[in-house]
Ligand binder design. Structure first.
Ligand code: 13P
Length: 247
């Protein structure tokens, strides 16, 4: 059985005043689904130290364990601050920081070395979807970004169509199901059925309380990676509850 996962990516949002939002998610985090918030790195230690029952993760890490990399954070540092997870390969990192699959693969290895669960993102642009290249793009990202050694314990895959992120546009449930079924099949083929079936698959891109129930009913959707609607407990708690109800 795959435990459902409601994950929030705060991106570059939130100062210490926002920690009360995580505290306000604590009650909802006692349900069947695991709840994860990835705040800015500045908040990880305090958020994790609050022991709310909400897991805390980073949004990126460096591939090296330490060294002359000004401004970067190692996976060990995230772990030491109290993070249990790290998002890697988000399209905003791929775009803003010119990250490619080989970088994401190296970072994933480093995160696993540190004992972090990796939430690995993949997704196509609108042009790629319109050219009917979605599955090729996703297949390439999975092959290139995931190192050998994936398990249901160290890897979560998030499908985030780039055109759906922060836009209010959401793929149809058929489109989401097609990609999630494809990801599941690829993971089973590469890592074997047992492992392939145990990796949780999240959908991300304009998930809101109003569309969560419909998305959570789609085949091979084990939860969501939520941006904007994870910043406030008032928005995220109904999404967590929809996921709990979908089990
Ligand atoms: P939105 O939920 O704001 O569309 O962001 C999705 C996302 O990028 C999560 O990583």
């Amino acid at each position: 059985m795959r435990r459902k996962l409601a994950a929030g990516n705060w991106k570059m949002n939130g100062t210490r005043a926002a920690l009360s939002e995580i505290a306000a998610m604590a009650e909802a985090a006692k349900g069947a689904a695991e709840v994860l918030i990835c705040p800015p790195a500045t908040l990880i230690a305090e958020a994790a130290g609050a022991n709310t029952g909400v897991a805390i993760g980073g949004q990126d890490c460096h591939a090296e364990a330490k060294g002359a990399h000004t401004g970067d954070l190692s996976a060990d540092m995230l772990k030491d601050a109290g993070a249990s997870h790290v998002i890697l390969g988000h399209s905003e990192r791929r775009e803003d920081h010119d990250e490619h699959d080989d970088h994401v693969r190296a970072k994933t290895r480093a995160a696993w070395e540190a004992g972090l669960v990796v939430v690995l993102c993949c997704g196509e642009t609108l042009a790629e979807r319109e050219a009917q290249n979605t599955l090729d793009i996703i297949g390439g990202q999975l092959a290139g970004s995931i190192p050998d050694g994936a398990t249901g314990h160290n890897l979560v895959v998030a499908y985030e169509p780039i055109w759906a992120i922060g836009t209010g546009k959401v793929p149809t449930t058929d489109q989401i199901g097609e990609v999630h079924d494809f990801i599941r099949a690829r993971l089973e083929k590469r890592f074997g059925e047992g492992v392939g079936r145990s990796v949780r698959l999240l959908y991300g891109g304009s998930v809101k309380p109003a569309n969560a129930t419909e998305i959570f009913a789609v085949s091979n959707v084990d939860g969501a990676l939520v941006g904007g609607a994870s910043l406030k407990a008032a928005d995220f708690v109904p999404i967590i509850e929809a996921l709990n109800a979908s089990a």
